[in-house]
Design a binder for this molecule. Sequence first.
Ligand code: COI
Length: 353
Amino acid sequence: MKIKPVKNSRLAEVDYTNLGFGDYFSDHMVTCEFSDGAWGEPSIVPFSSIELSPAALALHYGQTVFEGLKAFRGTVDHKVRLFRVDRNAARITVSCTRLCIPAPDESLVIESIKQLVMLDQDWAPSRRGEALYVRPVLIATEPHLAVRPASQYRLLIFTSPVCEYFAQAKSPLYLKAEERYTRAPHGGTGYAKTASNYSVTLRPMNDSVEDGFDQILWLDGQEHRYVEEAGQMNMFFRLGDSVVTPDLSGTILPGVTRESVLTLLADMGVTATERRLSMDELFQAQNEGELYEAFGAGTASVVVPIGRIRYQDDDLCFPEDQPGNLCPKLYDMILGIQHGELEDRHSWMIALE
Ligand code: COI
């Protein structure tokens, strides 16, 4: 791969004692173009603004796809490894198919990410939970005004040293189960990682933060009764003697951390089911003393405890620090694997060489 390195690194400008999420961008980025019916060769260049026609189709009709994955520095050997990059590459293909974007070869995406992270590995933080976040994005660059798939695209991949998404949260999150707005209808793009799934959440999210909530719990678009996801996270509930997470019905994102949590729960011998889960069922379980725990799972947020969920005029409450709580155990297991402290039984960590 062609590499044009920076003349002067910006690494010294990063305040590693106070990393936010997405405040810094490392020195290089991958760029690759699609035209004349084929993807060209990717190359690595200094991270910079890009030139784009004001008529680029992505800007008008939202023909874009993105991803989020992380590279971690080993606590013991200090080597940087990628977490499950193959799963994110596979999801790019699924998202591209939904958005009518010609999907680049998954091997091209994986190799590009490996090369980029290898080059900028000094940017990977060393504190537990912090990571070098990798953001691939594909955009329709063809200048045109007709509503149709573009004939030109660009793949960009850049990285950002980050802390956990909810690192600033002082206590378990307070969610509002959203009854008015809908994130994704059946037959829509809910399962694809595309910009519009996030832009539709901005107004409701702003309103709910003004009302004192940390995040929204999205419900199904038809009846606003069934749990979907929390925007940046898939949702898990421990009720009775098992864990339930909404099934992948096409309206929620098939999270890589969701998939990893299900695998780890199976390793722990915990029964976990993927199925439809209504707010009524959760309130009934609470009334019967059978609702114990809720947590969210996502790449940016890892796993985070949920403290309360407001639905209509009632709250579901999840007491903190219960001895049986799975969220802290899962958090330690996931970070332990990611930072090379625990055995990587499922071969999730991918070396850079
Ligand atoms: C991720 O977890 O990588 C996400 O996509 C969340 C991001 C939108 C902040």
